[in-house]
Write a protein that binds this ligand. Structure first.
Ligand SMILES: *Cc1c(COP(=O)(O)O)cnc(C)c1O
Length: 387
């Protein structure tokens, strides 16, 4: 079946009997009842499809994991209480003392600090590499490299990395590759089909899509994810059934939402490109974007994120930001509501001019998560704020 059909029907655990349900109920229970010692023994032998305890597995959570596996084209998906929890479980399962992780320097701040501040405590070394270095991926892999972690498109310039090239270099070297696919979503970028080993996403963003759930997911082959599932029992950051239910509901409309995010973002980007008060518009779907060709080769839609560089720098950008009416000033992305943030006060706060230049970030940038309002209303709001 196609992704949109699978997202609606895969995994559903409906109730039969006198109260037959169309959708999966919220199994908001911490534990499950067994009939007998023999039934517990069967569960422990892996010989039943029953449940023991919701920190291990829960039917509402499993139902959503199966939808995610379907849309990611994965054998298995695992849900966590946040994107950061998903990243933590992957890193602490796949790496041990003496190993090295190679990570793109252009990653989510939480990922950056998890790797730079936490992993060294466990004897794990790290190396951050530039986009230029990642363009020749076999050269960034060293003798102790176990894992390569990267993102595409990146925040806030939406620069893209050749996903197939990184995946192939990792395969050839026997190194595990993980991409954070949060910005694109599997609707726009099928990363596992391009050879990446694990897709990590903050489900807080496009997967849920309604800005009302914090969750994270890892998807990939069973052999790679089973040890992570075991660690999840120990570290304990599985998603709770109630937010899992909300996420499952959001997923059913994801293909429609993402298609509209793509269309709205392209409309906004086109309308603002060339605006007298804007120095530059960053959107991978514009031919002017430096990675437009890479984006076209690996994305079926260019996503809902648009970054503008306001002419006149920080002062002009702050003024424009303050004057937006419909577009709200808030961190995060991927929801039905359009929101925006200033990279120099969020993802790139406290950086020197030199560090900003290296990241390609300017003081005049406003990053916009284009929502599902009418594109004309969004363009009008941005134009009145710029004026
Ligand atoms: C939000 C985000 C994360 C972290 O996810 P949480 O759900 O906030 O823990 C990781 N990577 C990217 C690209 C994100 O946007």
């Amino acid at each position: 079946m196609k992704k949109s059909t699978e997202l609606i029907h895969v995994g559903e655990r409906t109730l039969a009997g006198s109260t037959p349900s169309l959708t999966t109920p919220i199994y908001e229970t911490s534990t499950f009842v067994f009939d007998s010692a023999a039934a517990v023994a069967r569960y422990q032998a892996g010989d039943s499809d029953g449940y023991l305890y919701s920190r291990y597995e829960n039917p509402t959570v499993v139902a959503v994991e199966q939808k995610l596996a379907a849309v990611d084209g994965a054998e298995v998906s695992l849900l966590f209480s946040s994107g950061q929890a998903a990243a933590t479980h992957a890193l602490l399962t796949l790496l041990r003392a003496g190993d090295e992780i190679v990570c793109s320097g252009a990653v989510y701040g939480g990922t950056y600090h998890l790797i730079a501040d936490v992993l060294p405590r466990f004897g794990i070394d790290y190396r951050f590499v530039s986009l230029e270095e990642l363009a020749d991926p076999s050269r960034v892999i060293g003798p102790r490299t176990k894992l390569v972690w990267f993102e595409s498109p990146i925040n806030p310039t939406l620069r893209c990395v050749d996903v197939r090239a990184v995946a192939a270099a990792c395969r050839a070297a026997g190194v595990t590759s993980i991409i954070d696919n949060t910005f694109a979503s599997p609707i726009n970028q099928a990363v596992l089909a391009m050879g990446v080993d694990i897709s990590m996403q903050s489900a807080t963003k496009y997967l849920n899509g309604h800005s009302d759930v914090t969750a994270g997911v890892l998807s990939g082959r069973r052999a790679l994810l089973d040890p992570i599932a075991k660690m999840r029992r120990l570290m304990g950051a599985i998603l709770d059934p109630l937010p899992a239910f909300a996420l499952g509901r959001g997923l059913k409309t994801m293909p429609l939402r993402v298609a509209q995010h793509n269309a709205n973002a392209l409309a906004v980007a086109r309308a603002l490109e060339g605006h007298a008060r804007i120095a530059r518009v960053y959107y991978p779907g514009l031919p002017s974007h430096p990675d437009h060709d890479i984006a076209r080769s690996q994305m079926t839609g260019f996503g809902g994120m648009v970054t503008i560089d306001v002419a006149g720098g920080q002062e002009a950008a702050f003024r424009t930001f303050d004057r937006l009416k419909l577009v709200k000033r808030a961190a995060s992305l991927g929801g039905v509501e359009s929101i925006c943030s200033l990279p120099i006060l969020t993802s790139h706060t406290g950086m020197s001019d030199e560090e900003l230049a290296r990241a390609g970030v300017s003081r005049g940038m406003i990053r916009i998560s284009i929502g599902l309002e009418d594109a004309d209303d969004l363009i009008e709001d941005l134009q009145q704020a710029l004026a």
